[in-house]
Design a protein around this ligand. Structure first.
Ligand code: RIB
Ligand code: CA
Length: 294
């Protein structure tokens, strides 16, 4: 059993990542926390409840909302790619009550670390603001966590929001730096890996067409906005991080020491490694697993 806590800023690829986790046998999503990133925090949290209502996962995860802004700079969002509401700007989502449980995301993440320790994998799919605040609150609890898998960074490839920086780390470089220096068992899934994991609109339509229904129709609908921005292809950033969490053999890894630049750049540095970075992907096997489980 892979026990997950997922920190997320839904977002279209976050949504696919959550559906992958909830559709994976042997994976239990204990809690989901939201963080401002692709869209403002309130919208992230509303989107999470929309996805919960769509998927109705068993067990229903504990939900808490986290940071509404980066540690030390104004929030930069990504509605241009994800749509004005972060989920494809459909306008016809059923009404949901976005009622995060108490305590807040930082307390929940720390509590999960204290309670589950080595057995837990914490998956970060957005800016690392919540994780940095959790390290500040109880570093010992965070260091007990078995694996921290974070989608973020661009090590030997160009960035996707500036020529040198990836979005999650660009939004909150201070948080990324603190998490990298926190002594966690950190597995980074950067653009170097996620750029190898893409799906075409035709592949998604074919896979979902094999099992038609409301969920398939909704997934096809909320991905259209992002497909249009990427010319009919979708880069599976966050789903790959979830794949790495439940089956690390889907990727190849190397130890690295990284430092964070002022723009959120991830640059190699000398000295003892502070993370593993994913460098290779078994793309065909990963995409096949994803398409079966959405
Ligand atoms: O750079 C890709 C990352 O930024 C993904 O997590 C995507 O959802 C956005 O948050
Ligand atoms: Ca994300």
């Amino acid at each position: 059993m892979t026990l997950l806590v997922i920190d997320t800023d839904p977002g279209v690829d976050d949504a696919l990542a959550l559906l992958l986790a909830w559709g994976s046998p042997g994976v239990r999503v204990e809690a989901v926390t939201t963080v401002a990133g692709n869209v403002p925090l309130g919208q992230c949290t509303l989107n999470l409840f929309r996805l919960l209502a769509l998927r109705r996962p068993e067990p229903w995860p504990v939900v808490a909302a986290g940071a509404d802004a980066p540690l030390a700079r104004p929030l930069r969002t990504a509605e241009g790619y994800h749509g004005a509401d972060g989920l494809g700007a459909l306008g016809d989502w059923p009404e949901v009550e976005a009622e995060p449980a108490l305590p807040n995301a930082i307390d929940l993440i720390v509590d999960m670390g204290r309670r589950h320790g080595e057995r837990l994998t914490l998956v970060a799919l957005g800016p690392l603001t919540n994780l940095a605040l959790a390290c500040e609150a109880d570093l010992a609890a965070m260091r007990r966590i078995g694996r921290v898998v974070a989608m973020g960074g661009a090590v030997d490839v160009p960035g996707n929001v500036t020529p040198t920086a990836e979005f999650n780390f660009h939004v909150d470089p201070e948080a990324a730096a603190r998490v990298l220096d926190a002594g966690l068992r950190l597995d980074l899934v950067p653009l170097d890996a996620t750029g190898q994991a893409t799906v075409t609109r035709a592949e998604l339509e074919r896979a979902l067409g094999a099992r038609p229904g409301p969920r398939a129709a909704r997934v096809l609908a909320f991905t259209q906005h992002a497909f249009a921005r990427e010319g009919g292809r979708l880069t599976l950033h966050d789903p790959l991080a979830v794949g790495a969490a439940f089956d690390e053999t889907l990727l190849s890894w190397e130890p690295a020491r990284l430092r964070i630049g002022g723009d959120g750049e991830t640059r190699r540095a000398g000295g003892h490694p502070n993370c593993r970075i994913a460098v290779g992907v078994e793309t065909e096997r990963f995409v096949s697993v994803l398409l079966q489980r959405l």
